[in-house]
Design a protein around this ligand. Sequence first.
Ligand code: GLY
Length: 356
Amino acid sequence: MGVVGAGAVGLAVAWRCAQRGLRVSVYDDRPGSGASHVAAGMLSPVAEAYFGEHKLTALLVESAARWPGFAAELAEASGVDPGYRTEGTLVVGLTADDLAEAGRLWSYQQGLGLPITPLRPSALRDREPALATRVRGGAVAPGDHQVDPRRLVAALRVAAERAGVVFRPARVGALSEVDAAVTVVAAGCGAAALTGLPVRPVKGQVLRLRAPGGGPPGFRHVIRGYADGEPVYLVPRAGGEVVVGATVEERADTEVTAGGVLRLLRAAVELVPELTEYELVEAVAGLRPATPDNAPLIGALPGRPGVLAATGHHRHGIVLTPVTADLVTELIVTGEPDPALAPFTPDRFPKEPRWN
Ligand code: GLY
């Protein structure tokens, strides 16, 4: 079989399929250089449970539950630690308006039975003294964890190679170039040109900071928040890095703009003032592969025998990696789609209307 795309999803599919005895080739001229390279690695089924997306939320919850086992197995198979951390996530609001907006979402999330608990400002600061004293309140989502996507991709490459996957450093311009009976298109935004699926790029600008003195950052939780209406997240890594993200722009370029950096840094520093002392190490932009309903496209392509999609993961590619890999592998091996895939079939959208 062939897998087009060597990001987290494509590599995990390749690894899982090779573990089941399939001969797998992965096609990518720049492995790991797409959305996985930019992603912060939040595993946030709760904090990213949004109104009207309950089917997607169920898949996020399912995949997050697979993460501990997936990370342990991957570390064992590759000898590379993917940086899975379980300190949990704090969601905070800087102003009363920010808190009101966040609070509506927490009520919705609690109504779904998801683990998120509002905290008073003093309890927030007990957990993370680095939070600004201006922060009006927040909540803890203890089950929202994180992984380092760059380490994840490195680990998956080693694990896949050890399982027998062959890497072909080629850019696939058309699926006819893939010499395989079964092809999985895991090419992120590139899936649109390859398959005609409704995948569009949504740009995200992301910064990487480094704590001074070579030590770890001054906070351990993932911190997500609203700062004067500006959403931002801060993801601390043990090695001293803090990922600050991300803009959400309906654009297809990957330029880093002064305005994007300004918005991210302003919001980040308002929530955690000590970040002004951190080194700005990297500013980068990537393209999320989004779909009309924000949910992924996973399954066989009708009218295209032997072609499957594993794309359209939008903001959730890293958290959805384990479940996507498992379900795609099961589909290929058994020929039967798991019922969990029903809401995510690639053919669920009507054709775009024409207006002229
Ligand atoms: N999941 C975070 C982002 O897409 O920015």
